[in-house]
Write a new protein. Structure first.
Length: 246
């Protein structure tokens, strides 16, 4: 598998990166994990939107889903879309929510997407075996594990400390984990991970490598990396447009 970071800024686009969006490729199949605010423009540097085979949305916060709207615009009006509807895997109600984000008066988006409601479970998608788990977050959010060619990648989406995420990631080759919180007192529970907590999740799951992402523009990324690496040395901080082999 090949992972390309389209956007990795946490909670909002930053000066150097859009919000969350990751392209995972295997055997010519292209899957987008999230399509957050600002990501659609950068996506076009890497791949034509018409060549995206499927989209998986971990949850419906704007920094993970809002650029579905320009994705719809491109498919409707560019004259370059030449495929059937794009499978969209997302929490229940995504089609309604995303329709409103695009244009409340414009009707369904099912001319562009075939929408599948997800929950914890497993299924096959192109070359990938997909498994999901509910995370610790204020809205319905699912971490996802992709397995193909004997390798596995787990993406946390957004989560606080969560045993289900550790179980999902157990033995994975790569854990792509959010690390949005600085390690300070009195943090709200069940919202985000600190760098240290991301490292603990990687350690407890016995993964091969930890890739930190979703650091907000107002949080020091070097500090998040140092905190995670102190617990789990095989840790890297992802970079915008970085490419990683799983």
């Amino acid at each position: 598998m090949r992972l390309t970071v389209i956007g990795c800024s946490g909670s909002a686009p930053g000066p150097d990166s859009p919000a969350s969006c990751y392209l995972v490729e295997h055997d010519g199949y292209r899957l987008l994990l999230d399509l957050g605010s600002g990501a659609f423009g950068t996506l076009q540097q890497v791949v034509s939107p018409g060549d995206v085979d499927a989209v998986f949305l971990s949850h419906l916060h704007a920094d993970h889903c809002l650029d579905v709207a320009p994705f719809v615009v491109w498919h409707r009006y560019s004259g370059q879309a030449s495929r059937d509807r794009v499978p969209l895997y997302a929490p229940v109600g995504a089609d309604r929510r995303l329709r409103l984000a695009y244009d409340a008066a414009d009707g369904p988006i099912d001319d562009v997407f075939e929408t599948f409601a997800i929950g914890p479970g497993e299924w096959e998608l192109g070359p990938f075996h997909v498994a999901t788990a509910r995370t610790a977050h204020p809205v319905e959010c699912h971490a996802v594990r992709l397995t193909a060619g004997g390798r596995s990648l787990v993406y946390t989406g957004d989560t606080g400390v969560c045993a289900a995420v550790v179980d999902l990631a157990r033995g994975a080759d790569v854990l792509l984990a959010e690390a949005a919180y600085p390690d300070v007192p009195d943090l709200p529970p069940d919202l985000h991970l600190t760098g240290r907590e991301a490292g603990e999740h990687a350690r407890d799951a016995g993964v091969g490598r930890l890739l930190l992402t979703h650091v907000p523009p107002w949080v020091d990324p070097a500090g998040q990396l140092a905190d995670a690496a102190a617990v789990f040395p095989a840790t890297e901080l992802v970079q915008p447009l970085g490419v990683y082999t799983v």
